[in-house]
Structures are given as structure tokens and as C-alpha cells.
Write a protein that binds this ligand. Structure first.
Ligand SMILES: [Zn+2]
Length: 307
């Protein structure tokens, strides 16, 4: 059996590697890389001491450039958005490290997600089902194309084969009408998808300044710390617990007073937030996806001093 030499539209690199793994009858990602290295170097023993990373091999197999693979077939544009906001160079530097290369295969979620209707369509059209990047967007619980609840399975299964082999099922706690119809969740996913697809750079200092100003407008009578706690309280009100637990385990039980990460960020220390957390806090304050994206990505017209 042989594997495809092209990625399918919106197929994540990890899924493509899983496809190769299945067709070569291998056990997992490291065997795929070892096997492809051996194939390329025809027994050169140096290949085992210094194997070429999968992304390089994939670029050679598919004829797609390294950057094209990163931009269209990984979560990197979303995960690295805050780095890109500091400087575009920093993103390149990070990408060249082992850590950066490993990051290209992160699904950014605790489980791997798929749509049963997409699977059926893909089997009919492409002759096989495949994982889609749009389904791995953090917080995504329904198919953007079919509007049905997504199914999920253990994260590792994306590494070993196509989704129709994975026996994914819809998690009950996220498939209720109340959660599937939650407009805050829709808005959050819209923000993340936009950052992913448009590769927006996110500058945390700009974001924080705009967020603090927004909070001041909403709660003028409160102190800065009281505003932070009020924001966290609103966050736990509008985003259901089951969904928050799936997004980020530490967000499951937000103990308002002891939740130090965001508090440090709002106080203006060097604390950094992930793109997803930043999006979550900004959305809670700005209410709509449009307003939040504007606040997160619009460039400064004049330099803003650090607060
Ligand atoms: Zn679908």
C-alpha cells in the first residue's frame, strides 16, 4: 500500500503523518520519520544519528514549501500569534528550534476532533476520510460546514490513521442544545479561526491597554483589581463550565481571587497569556467577535506607552 504525496485541503500535518503511518503499517510518528529518513538516504547510517524532521521530508514529498505547510496545514499561525506580535523575526527563530518543529504537530486541544458528515463526504469524494484543521480549532464543538456537533477521540489517534478508523463519538456534555447554541462560544471560535486563517500578529501590550480601557468604561467605579475579578466572574457566567474544561483544564474551576495568571497580566507585569486565553478575556469584555478582533489586531496609530 502506498500513501498520498499531496495534503488534502485543510489537512493538518499531524493527520498527514498519521495517514503515512497507517499506509506504511508503522506504529507512530517516530517510526514514520525514521522510515522516511531511511528511504531518502538509502541506508546512510547518519540518518539515524541526525534524522531530518518530518516537516522537511513532507515538504520534499509534497513539493509544498515549508512555509506553505506551516501556514495552511498547522495550528502554528494561531499558537504563535503572540510571538508574531512581538516581532516577525521571533517567529522564524522559534520555528527553527526543535521545540518549534514539534509544535507544528500540536493539535492545541486535549482530544482529536472530527465531523461524521465530513467523513462520509470525504470517503465519497476523496476515497478516504481525513482530519481537518478547522475541527481542531480550540473551543470548536460543531462542524463549520455541517453545523452538527463534532465527535472526538483520544488525541493520539490523529498520529496513526484516518478519522473513520478512530471510532470518535460526540461528547454528551458538549452536544446539548444549550452549549451548541451558545453565541459566546461561536464568537470565540470565530476569533481563533480568523487569527489562524489570516495570520494576524497579536501584540499583548496593545491588547492589555485596550482591555484595561474597556474595563474602565464598563466598571468606572471599581478599582483595577476589582475590574479583573468582575471580568473573570462574567467569563464564568457566559462560558459554560463543560466547554471551559475542554478548552483549558485550568479554566474549569476558576477560583476568582486565587487566579493569579490573568491578574498579573492585568496588573501589567511581564506575565504572558496564550492567544486563546487572551481571546477569551478580550471577548468577555468586548462582547462580539468583530469588536474583539478589532481590539486584538488593529495596529496602533500612535505609540502607546506601557502602563
Ligand atoms: Zn462536517
Amino acid at each position: 500500500m502506498t500513501y498520498r504525496t499531496q495534503l488534502l485541503p485543510d489537512e493538518p500535518l499531524a493527520g498527514y503523518r498519521g495517514h503515512i503511518c497507517f499506509h506504511l503499517d508503522l506504529s507512530g510518528p517516530s517510526e514514520v520519520t525514521a522510515s522516511l529518513n531511511a528511504g531518502y538516504t538509502l541506508g546512510d547510517s547518519r540518518a539515524y544519528r541526525c534524522p531530518r524532521p518530518f516537516i522537511e521530508l513532507a515538504s520534499e514529498i509534497t513539493g509544498q514549501s515549508f512555509l506553505e505547510l506551516v501556514r495552511l496545514h498547522s495550528m502554528w499561525p494561531l499558537l504563535s500569534a503572540v510571538k508574531r506580535g512581538e516581532s516577525f523575526q521571533q517567529e522564524d527563530v522559534l520555528l527553527a528550534t526543535e521545540f518549534g518543529k514539534t509544535d507544528l504537530f500540536r493539535t492545541s486541544r486535549q482530544r482529536a476532533w472530527t465531523c461524521i458528515e465530513c467523513q462520509a463526504e470525504d470517503l465519497a469524494f476523496w476515497g478516504e476520510s481525513y482530519w481537518r484543521r478547522a475541527h481542531q480549532v480550540p473551543g470548536q464543538i460543531k462542524c463549520p460546514k455541517h453545523g452538527v456537533p463534532l465527535a472526538c477521540c483520544s488525541r493520539g489517534l490523529i498520529n496513526t490513521g484516518n478519522p473513520d478508523h478512530a471510532e470518535a463519538t460526540g461528547p454528551e456534555e458538549l452536544s446539548t442544545r444549550e452549549i451548541q447554541g451558545n453565541v459566546w462560544i461561536d464568537a470565540f471560535v470565530e476569533i481563533c479561526s480568523n487569527i489562524l486563517e489570516n495570520r494576524f500578529p497579536i501584540n499583548q501590550v496593545t491588547c492589555r491597554n485596550r482591555l484595561l480601557k474597556q474595563l474602565e468604561g464598563i466598571w468606572p467605579g471599581k478599582s483595577p483589581d476589582e475590574r479583573t475579578y468582575a471580568l473573570l466572574e462574567k467569563l464564568t457566567d457566559v462560558f459554560p463550565l463543560a466547554w471551559r474544561s475542554d478548552l483549558d483544564r485550568t479554566l474549569a474551576k476558576v477560583k476568582l481571587q486565587g487566579y493569579s495568571g490573568p491578574v498579573a497580566f492585568f496588573r501589567g507585569s511581564n506575565a504572558r497569556l496564550s492567544t486563546m486565553r487572551l481571546a477569551l478575556f478580550m471577548l468577555t469584555a468586548f462582547d462580539t467577535a468583530d469588536e474583539t478582533l478589532k481590539a486584538m489586531t488593529e495596529l496602533e496609530t500612535s505609540p502607546t506607552a506601557l502602563q
